[in-house]
Design a protein around this ligand. Structure first.
Ligand SMILES: Cc1cc2nc3c(=O)[nH]c(=O)nc-3n(C[C@H](O)[C@H](O)[C@H](O)COP(=O)(O)O)c2cc1C
Length: 264
């Protein structure tokens, strides 16, 4: 009888001892979690990796700054995006104010070196790093907003120059041994805000002269981007009344487009 009581006490003792140990471990763990909590938001790199920040790259391809109608519509897109995604982080690349690296000299040699699948020459690496920086920023963006007026039926030269810089083998596309291309810039959303002096919409007689949207779709599609959206404001250079009405329509289109996006 005494022996049974003793062993019951021993079991009770061990159970209580282990429960206490477990509760101390749990307490220590929750204290550690609490201490770590305030730092999570101040550590940008892992925080971003966890997908907590929506990164947007705004590529500005108009030199008209405050006078630009394209930028006015893009501001509307940004306003609605900020409302939709509270963690939106915007980086702007003003192409007409940037000194883009030349696609000539060492860099053009490197492009052909990469096309052949060879290693970049050591003496060309420093120069190529400037190209890589542009590519890294483009690839890092979840959303790329491009403000692009129509110039001579197509895009302004500054945007073409940017495209020539970033569309590089092994970074935005690659060819297999049979010459079949694969786009590498997948998983990104692109929004193009375009403005045109005349009307190039589907039923207009000038529709066939729109080399802007088809070109942008072709080049970024080649890079693997499938999620592309266009807001066209047109015609903007006919009469002030027509301009006003076309801008109003584009502003509504900006709001509707952002509202159609699903929250990540
Ligand atoms: C160099 C240049 C070329 C242009 N070419 C065209 C064109 O081919 N077709 C067109 O409809 N408008 C053309 N435009 C008019 C612009 O597309 C239009 O004014 C646009 O709204 C300008 O955008 P922004 O206000 O953002 O600068 C051209 C403007 C410039 C400056």
């Amino acid at each position: 009888m005494i022996a049974t009581e003793k062993s019951a006490h021993t079991i009770m003792y061990y159970v209580t001892y282990h429960i206490m140990q477990l509760s101390i471990i749990l307490h220590m763990y929750s204290i550690l979690l609490y201490l770590a909590r305030p730092h999570i938001g101040t550590l940008p790199y892992p925080y971003e990796e966890m997908g907590a920040v929506m990164k947007l790259l705004h590529v500005v391809a108009t030199p008209r700054n405050k006078s630009s109608r394209t930028l006015a519509i893009s501001q509307e897109v940004l306003k609605h995006l900020h409302r939709k995604f509270s963690d939106l982080q915007v980086e702007t690349l003003d192409l007409f104010a940037s000194d883009l690296p030349a696609i000539a000299g060492d860099n053009i040699d490197t492009k052909y070196t990469l096309m052949k699948g060879l290693k970049i020459d050591k003496s060309h690496q420093a120069s190529w790093r400037e190209i890589e920086k542009l590519i890294t920023h483009f690839l890092a963006a979840d959303i790329c907003l491009v403000s692009v007026p129509m110039w001579n039926f197509s895009i302004p030269y500054a945007l073409k120059y940017y495209i020539d810089c970033i569309v590089q083998p092994g970074y935005l596309f690659r060819f297999d041994e049979r010459g079949v291309p694969t786009g590498l810039a997948t998983g990104k959303k692109m929004i193009f805000v375009t403005t045109r002096g005349s009307d190039y919409s589907e039923n207009s007689p000038y529709h066939a002269s729109d080399f802007q949207e088809p070109y942008l779709r072709a080049i970024f599609g080649f890079c693997g981007i499938t999620d592309m959206h266009f807001i066209h404001a047109q015609p903007l250079d006919i009469t002030p009344e027509i301009t006003k009405s076309a801008l109003r329509t584009a502003m509504i289109a900006a709001k509707d487009l952002v509202n159609s996006f699903e929250l990540a």
